[in-house]
Design a binder for this molecule. Structure first.
Ligand SMILES: [Zn+2]
Length: 276
């Protein structure tokens, strides 16, 4: 599932092509992609003939503001990716939403499993959506260590689950939570309330280093190649992963063996030898 580095890579890749252009046409091939839009007919109506002001992001959500007060939301779900191509390029399979710009470029949401969605919200609708419940962004607005420590205090849930909780910090998913915990030398089972202040410092550093490192490589394209950069290239961080997906392989830090365990229904990869 695309996480913060993949969505931020997408944002950086499409921003210059979108900002300042006017949307000329919107085609939704799969109505399911509009299931979060209170009135599905509003989506195209609110986008067409509008100028793109700014391409932003919060957590895993791409947030495009238009010259009106409308916020165009794109979520990549489990298997979505954005393709940025000339409008006359052939339509790839599963191009579920096609937004055509007056510059002759298409923003296409390709999503085989259709867990992603798009919406065009008024500020009021936005404030009533779950997006407004998100915690601070893990890349641009990461809380200080002491604040992180406070957020986890008294929590009995495993730290892995707390890192995935988008209401606490927005942006980490299964891959980057495991990578963060490996960098911070913290085991995924540790209850949030048992995290010391020193460990909160290590966690904060782990989040920053993991996200910035992943961004340098364009994020992670796994074997299914569900996520690709908008120009079709693969995210090369897959070759740099320390824990995620490396069950049975040697820990790059201590030489121990990476194990896979299911914690709260999610696969967790970690090194029992150097993560406590
Ligand atoms: Zn290790």
């Amino acid at each position: 599932m695309p996480e913060l580095p993949e969505v931020e890579t997408t944002r950086r890749s499409v921003a210059a092509s979108l900002e300042g252009t006017t949307i000329s046409q919107v085609v939704v091939e799969r109505g399911r992609m509009l299931r979060r839009q209170p009135n599905p007919a509003d989506f195209a109506r609110r986008l067409v003939r509008r100028k793109v002001h700014q391409v932003g992001r919060h957590g895993k959500f791409l947030l495009v503001t238009l010259d009106t007060d409308i916020i165009w939301v794109t979520h990549l779900g489990m298997s979505g990716r954005v393709s940025l191509v000339a409008s006359d390029a052939p339509l790839a399979a599963h191009s579920n939403v096609v937004v055509t710009l007056d510059s002759g470029i298409d923003f296409r949401l390709v999503d085989p499993r259709t867990f992603g969605f798009v919406a065009a919200y008024t500020p009021e609708e936005f404030s009533e959506s779950s997006i407004s419940q998100l915690g601070r962004d893990a890349l641009t607005d990461l809380p200080r260590s002491r604040r992180l420590h406070d957020l986890f205090a008294g929590r009995s849930a495993p730290i892995k689950a707390l890192l995935l909780d988008q209401r606490i910090i927005a942006g980490l998913g299964n891959i980057y939570a495991d990578e963060t915990l490996h960098r911070a030398r913290i085991g995924p089972h540790r209850p949030g309330g048992a995290i010391t202040l020193d460990e909160a410092v290590a966690l904060r550093r782990g989040i920053k280093e993991t996200l910035n490192h992943a961004l340098r490589y364009g994020g992670t394209s796994l074997d299914d190649l569900a996520y690709l950069l908008p120009d079709g290239r693969t995210g090369e961080y897959v070759n740099r992963l320390r824990a995620y997906g490396r069950e049975g392989e040697r820990c790059r830090r201590c030489g121990g063996t990476i194990v896979r365990e299911v914690i709260r229904q999610r696969s967790s990869f970690w090194c029992p030898q150097c993560q406590e």
